[in-house]
Design a protein around this ligand. Structure first.
Ligand code: ZN
Length: 415
């Protein structure tokens, strides 16, 4: 099972927007691109929303059938490990092996020494085509990288072997993710991590490193754009080198766990992968849910009332809702509008505050981040929320489609 060159994550908290998401991708593909949608949902999300992995498969299949989509598409068991993978095995065909928790776990001296010995031919000045400065590879550097990452890759190999036993070799796509950690991995780390992945026989098609800078949920990147561009391009070139040198799958590409809406990074990433003729996977963070709230507010009447109610509840439960996401949100409480103020907002003002249009005078990223983590409130509303999604399906669907097409895919792949 081989990934297309470009894949785009379309997480969908409440599993109602599959068709609208797919419409956006199909519209982009009309311009000659071949983007595959990947419906991703993590175990954590399933627990909060009370959905099951089979729901995502049903949603994806139904959208594909309804719209007659003939391209490749995938269902991603996002951020799984050995203890959480089981419910995903039957219905997912893309597995994101999260081994971040194993980074830095000790490996035996013998294993580290064996890895160092296996890299003998790279000692000294190692030139990666396209990267200006050669890497100085020393036994100490190799031992350090092995000490840090061997245990994580060993864990990835264990999860992969488990999946092969259950699903059969070649029947699924493998991603290795290390993004949910504090310290970014450098392109040099990446090079030797890929060597370990190849040595372990893991046919990874995507790899998700931690990049420098802040990737907060649902809002733009915060960090040095030039530094990001250099890091990203070096990673792309390292992967290209590793594919040829270590015999990894030709389709291996970077997976950017974007947290959604990294608008200032999109053109940078798009230009670099186009320049080198490489692929890209962008994983997103379920901001389709925000388009549902935007659509409800835009609909006015009971839709707007529900959107206001969701905000009012989230305002009162801010600490609880933010707790699981403290590392990936930055909300300035002083910039959150008071509940009474929002009660007085028109639908248009609500939409303008929530919708991510950089530079719009009413856009409020603090408001947006709080509503983003408030999907638990909609989940608690249960049928009441879902019935409103159905009632305002058309207007919400338009918001979902426009968001992915105009604000994401156009910026990323530019046509
Ligand atoms: Zn991630």
């Amino acid at each position: 099972m081989e990934l297309a060159k470009y894949t785009f994550g379309v997480g969908d908290r409440f599993a109602h927007q599959g068709k609208a998401q797919l419409r956006a991708i199909m519209r982009a593909n009309e311009s000659g691109l071949d983007i595959s949608p990947v419906w991703n949902k993590s175990n954590r999300e399933h627990i909060y929303v009370h959905t099951y992995p089979a729901d995502v498969r049903r949603e994806a299949d139904a959208a594909v059938a309804a719209l007659g989509f003939t391209g490749k598409y995938f269902v991603d068991a996002d951020h799984i490990n050995l203890s959480t993978v089981e419910p995903f095995i039957d219905t997912a065909d893309f597995f994101t092996l999260d081994v971040a928790a194993f980074i830095g776990k000790p490996s035996s001296d013998a294993d580290v020494a064996a890895f160092v010995a296996s890299c003998r031919e790279y000692l000294g000045e190692l030139a990666i085509p396209g990267i200006e400065k050669p890497i100085q590879v020393t036994p100490a550097l190799l031992a350090q990288v092995a000490g840090k990452f061997l245990a994580a890759i060993r864990q990835a190999a264990e999860i992969h072997a488990h999946l092969v036993a259950r699903k059969g070799e070649g029947n699924f796509v493998t991603e290795v993710s290390m993004d949910e950690v504090e310290t970014p991995q450098t392109p040099v780390d990446m090079l030797f991590i890929l060597k370990m992945i190849a040595d372990a026989g893991i046919p990874a098609q995507t790899i998700a490193p931690k990049f420098t800078g802040r990737f907060n949920k649902g809002v733009d990147y915060r960090g040095d754009l030039r530094q990001f561009a250099r890091e990203f391009e070096d990673d792309v070139l390292v992967i290209d080198f590793a594919v040829r040198e270590f015999g990894l799958p030709e389709s291996l590409k970077l997976s950017v766990h974007s947290g959604s809406d990294k608008f200032s990074l999109y053109p940078i990433m798009g230009d670099i992968v186009k320049k080198h003729g490489k692929g890209l996977h962008v994983k997103t963070a379920g901001t389709t849910w925000l388009e549902e709230v935007i659509g409800l507010a835009q609909a006015g009447g009971e839709g707007l009332a529900l959107a206001r109610e969701i905000y009012a509840s989230s305002y009162g439960r801010k600490d609880e809702l933010c707790a699981p996401y403290l590392d990936v949100i930055d909300i300035d409480g002083a910039k959150l509008p008071a509940v009474e103020e929002v009660e007085g907002w028109s639908g248009e003002s609500f939409v303008n505050a929530l919708r991510h249009v950089p530079g719009h005078p009413e856009y409020n990223p603090d408001f947006r981040q709080l509503v983003h983590v408030a999907y638990k409130i909609a989940a608690e509303m249960g049928e009441r929320y879902l019935s409103m999604l159905e009632r305002y399906d058309e207007i919400i669907g338009r918001c979902v489609e426009e968001n992915i097409y105009e604000r994401h895919l156009k910026r990323l792949f530019g046509w």
